[in-house]
Design a protein around this ligand. Structure first.
Ligand code: ADP
Length: 424
């Protein structure tokens, strides 16, 4: 019986009982008014009618008025169901067999604010597949699972689990259906990111691979005897092979850093010699691009960290400044002990170039994997599009961060912020 049927039955019985009471009272009064031998008979009939009305109201096996009210109002009841549901950490809705809401918890209300006790759940959750699953569960008695997505400015995914419940063990069909939800959105976003990442990585590898196999075919065919062409093609092939190697190297580094993301390195490391060593290693590139590199540093600037990873961070930033900011002819590197926003000592390494700079719309996306302002320029510079993603992941692992500032036309400034141990 649905909640509405119950209400109709209760309303009808209430009227019926009222008329019986009125009729009984009328018979008793009539008997008293007559005041004769029939008076006793009238009193007996009146008493019998009164007893019948009380018995009718208490007929076993039917839902009482109080029992129905406990699901449709917030009155205190001895039914544990609403209390149990309220204490559960997931959104939970209890339904009758016709899909009307008997009880729900605050998480369910937050998920679908249009849900109302006593109303069909389908008014608030308009998913045909969900309605079908509720129907199947209440008839077949089997648990059902449905995945669905909610469209909107940001798509969200859910799994609804529909659990039929028999409150009386020997009952034929379930009289209650519990509906609970799992938010699959974070999981789906990770899956999407992973799929995008694999697609991007494959694309990046396929391009040099296609070039390599093209040149192999040419060397086996038309250019077989052409010594000059062979030399030129071999040089290009070598560069493509190096590009693939760099990409694989960056991909492996990223996955290694991600694997260790939650393990913070704790060896004291001085950043000053690291930066100086990196600058020395990039001297050829700086000379090649006609850029002068100036380092301004304290005697020591110590942080807790992994030496190789921090060298990689500095190398990526300084190399980018030399490659993309070469037009400015100058790169300034500063190492200083500063104070973070929360008052803690902070090591800062700034890398500033005076090149073309970066338009503001690109700044928030620069540390995404494979994001480049200009793909052709990045490839021409031997970039993989993973350098700043690596920087971000390494700094995260060191409980640090990267800040980027740029004025288009006036250059770019990348600053590493790390919790400092001290300086001299
Ligand atoms: P890539 O391997 O392409 O250099 P990165 O992750 O290191 O990848 O950098 C992402 C993009 O950010 C680069 O492709 C480039 O467009 C831009 N970029 C990085 N550093 C600078 C800079 N100093 N000046 C201008 N653009 C920069």
């Amino acid at each position: 019986m649905s909640l509405n049927d119950n209400r109709a039955a209760i309303g009808w019985r209430r009227w019926h009982r009222a008329w019986l009471v009125i009729a009984a009272a009328a018979i008793v009064f009539a008997g008293l008014a007559i005041a004769g031998p029939l008076a006793v008979a009238y009193a007996v009939i009146g008493f019998a009618v009164l007893a019948a009305s009380v018995l009718f109201a208490m007929r076993p096996g039917e839902t009482s008025d109080r029992e129905t009210r406990r699901f449709v109002s917030a009155e205190p009841t001895d039914d544990p169901l609403p209390v149990v549901i309220a204490g559960l950490p997931d959104p939970v809705i209890a339904l009758d067999r016709d899909g009307r809401v008997l009880a729900l918890n605050a998480h369910a209300h937050a998920l679908a604010p249009a849900l109302r006790q006593g109303e069909p759940v389908s008014l608030a959750l308009r998913m045909p597949e969900l309605a079908e699953a509720i129907g199947r569960a209440s008839v077949g008695g089997q648990e059902q699972r449905v995945e669905y997505s909610e469209r909107g400015p940001r798509e969200r995914w859910f799994e609804a689990i529909v659990i039929p419940v028999k409150r009386e063990p020997d009952q034929g069909q379930p009289d209650l259906v519990l509906l609970t939800f799992h938010d699959l959105t974070p999981l789906r976003r990770v899956e999407e990111m992973r799929a995008d990442f694999v697609a991007n990585a494959s694309h990046e590898l396929r391009t040099p691979l296609a070039a390599l196999s093209g040149f192999i075919e040419t060397l086996q065919g038309s250019a077989r005897e052409d010594v000059k062409a062979r030399e030129r093609f071999l040089a290009i092939m070598q560069e493509q092979a190096r590009r693939m190697a760099r990409l694989i190297d960056d991909l492996l580094s990223l996955s290694r850093i991600e694997l260790n993301a939650h393990r913070r390195p704790d060896t004291p490391v001085d950043l000053v010699p690291i930066v100086r060593q990196v600058v020395d290693g990039l001297e050829m590139l700086a000379r090649d691009r006609g850029v002068s590199v100036n380092v301004e540093a304290a005697n020591a600037l110590t942080v807790r960290g992994d030496r190789d990873e921090l060298a990689r961070v500095c190398e990526n930033l300084i190399e980018n400044a030399l490659k993309y900011g070469a037009a400015g002819k100058r790169v300034d590197i500063t190492l200083a002990l500063a104070t973070s926003a929360d008052g803690a000592p902070e090591a800062q390494v700034g890398v500033r170039d005076y090149g073309p700079g970066i338009a503001p719309e690109h700044l928030p996306r620069l540390t995404e994997r494979f994001y480049r302002v200009d793909v052709a320029e990045s490839r021409a510079q031997g970039g993989t599009g993973l350098g700043l993603a690596l920087v971000k992941h390494i700094l995260n692992r060191h409980r640090g961060r990267l800040s980027i500032e740029s004025t288009p036309g006036a250059g770019a400034s990348f600053t590493i912020h790390l919790p400092a141990l001290g300086s001299a």
